[in-house]
Design a protein around this ligand. Structure first.
Ligand code: MTE
Ligand code: MO
Length: 378
């Protein structure tokens, strides 16, 4: 059993699949902290967790910075001693976050994620740009490919790539991370080393990192070439040559927000006011300038209070989410409220109003207005 050596997990996680293990935290726990505790951070594994690296000092990363034919070995000690340690607080979101709502429009293929396949951590490690420069990177190359140690039964390993321009831009803060929230990265999150690409889809942030290759082509892995791509709403698995209809690989993510409290379908005890909380976030370092909340299904709107730790982030380098909160009077005699939230990012991108027009067969990139209907006990 390839899964026999998987690590122990918190019983608080809501499990979407056990082999491979995929789970997300309960909605009402997600926004308790600006930085998500490691044991509550959503886990997205495509494959069995690889055997632990028992002795990280005997382990090396392979770096092929001038193309696949010339590779160097870098030990964990080299990585920690030779390169400055950088720490970045970044939100990681799976492309499939909120897939469940998209599946409500029409069937999609993939795990049924609710709205918590997203989390924020303080990631520490070496800057990928520094490590590539030290190994004579060829700036004319176009992509950086990453290979994990986790493999399927045929030996195919998890892999993905990002543009080399992203990796080399010091203001993009791409890390080879060996710590998550001040501790060694847990096994589920990529021990001993993973890539962190702030503002980019989770799928490119390769865990259990084994090899880095600079190349003129994207990663040849299934997950780069055939998955995590956008499909138009009129294409499904029965469409002839559906692969030729895919858009480019997903990299930076669009603006997103969701209501985490009150959770859907839980009766809410209210006096005269109700407190609504959630997160907003956008890809590419775009900060959140506004979150609008409605209690009447979008007829009228009120601005939520944004967490000052989020709004203090640098322009185009706002890697962490924006927790938001709103306490408002409940309309007299109301028994049901349809809460809606929508965020605006620093490029004034807005979320689409509904899921149907952005439906895609893979169920990714759902960033429609988020709606929660609550029944009031009063
Ligand atoms: N890296 C490896 N090696 N194997 C994987 O299955 N899953 C990817 C990415 N990196 C994956 C991986 C996907 S799709 C996501 S969303 C993130 O890891 C999830 O990271 P997390 O499990 O630390 O939350
Ligand atoms: Mo993902």
């Amino acid at each position: 059993d390839a899964y026999a050596n998987d690590p122990d997990r918190s019983p608080a996680l809501r499990v979407n699949s056990t082999e491979p293990f995929n789970a997300e935290p309960p909605s009402e726990l997600l926004m308790n902290d600006f930085v998500t505790p490691n044991d509550l951070f959503f886990v997205r594994n495509h494959l069995p967790v690889p055997p632990p690296v028992e002795d990280p000092s005997a382990w090396h990363l392979k770096i092929c910075a001038r193309g696949p034919s010339v590779c160097h070995h870098v030990s964990m000690d080299d990585l920690k001693r030779t390169f400055d340690k950088a720490t970045v607080t970044a939100t990681l979101q799976c492309a499939g976050n909120r897939r469940r709502e998209m599946a409500g429009v029409k069937a999609v293929k993939g795990l049924s994620w609710d709205k918590t396949a997203i989390g924020t951590a303080r990631w520490s490690g070496a800057r990928l740009a520094d490590v590539l420069r030290a190994h004579g990177v060829d700036d004319a190359m176009r992509h950086v490919q990453f290979e994990g140690r986790d493999a399927d039964a045929t030996g195919e390993r998890y892999g993905a790539s990002i543009p080399l321009a992203t990796a080399l831009d010091p203001r993009k803060d791409v890390l080879l991370a060996y710590e998550m929230n001040g501790r060694d990265i847990p096994r589920d999150h990529g021990h001993p080393l993973r890539v962190i690409v702030p503002g980019t889809v989770g799928a490119r942030q390769v865990k259990y990192l084994d090899k880095i290759i600079c190349a003129n082509t994207e990663s040849p892995s299934f997950w780069q070439t055939r998955d995590y791509k956008g499909f138009p709403p009129n294409v499904d698995y029965s469409t002839t040559d559906y692969w030729s209809r895919a858009g480019p690989s997903v990299q930076e993510l669009p603006v997103q927000s969701a209501i985490t409290e009150p959770a859907a379908d839980t009766p809410v005890d209210v006096d005269d006011t109700i407190t609504i909380r959630g997160y907003a976030w956008s890809g590419g370092g775009r900060g959140i300038v506004r979150v609008d909340v409605s209690l009447d299904d979008g007829h009228t709107w009120t601005q939520a209070d944004l967490d000052p730790r989020a709004t203090a982030q640098e322009y185009n380098r706002s890697w962490a989410w924006t927790p938001w909160e709103l306490t408002v009077d409940v309309p007299d005699n109301a028994t049901t409220l349809t809460l809606v939230c929508k965020a605006v990012d620093s490029s004034y991108n807005a979320q689409p109003e509904s899921v149907a027009p952005i439906w895609n067969m893979r169920g990714i990139l759902n960033n429609a207005y988020h709606r929660v209907t609550v029944h009031l006990l009063r």
